[in-house]
Design a protein around this ligand. Structure first.
Ligand SMILES: [Zn+2]
Length: 56
């Protein structure tokens, strides 16, 4: 499951397939070029852990 945020109307649309043509269902803008997000794994917005370990 992926989602994209429309860069025109700022609304999210959802699809199970991030490939191919993706049109915003609200304003019908072609948002195929917008980078998709994976809301389950949150791969895009997760901060990158630096591998810090608790000092014991
Ligand atoms: Zn839109």
């Amino acid at each position: 499951m992926f989602r994209k945020k429309c860069d025109r109307c700022q609304k999210y649309s959802y699809s199970s397939n991030a490939f191919g043509k993706w049109e915003c269902p609200y304003c019908f803008k072609d948002i195929s070029h917008v980078k998709e997000e994976d809301p389950i794994n949150k791969v895009i917005f997760s901060p990158r852990f630096k591998g810090e370990k608790a000092k014991e």
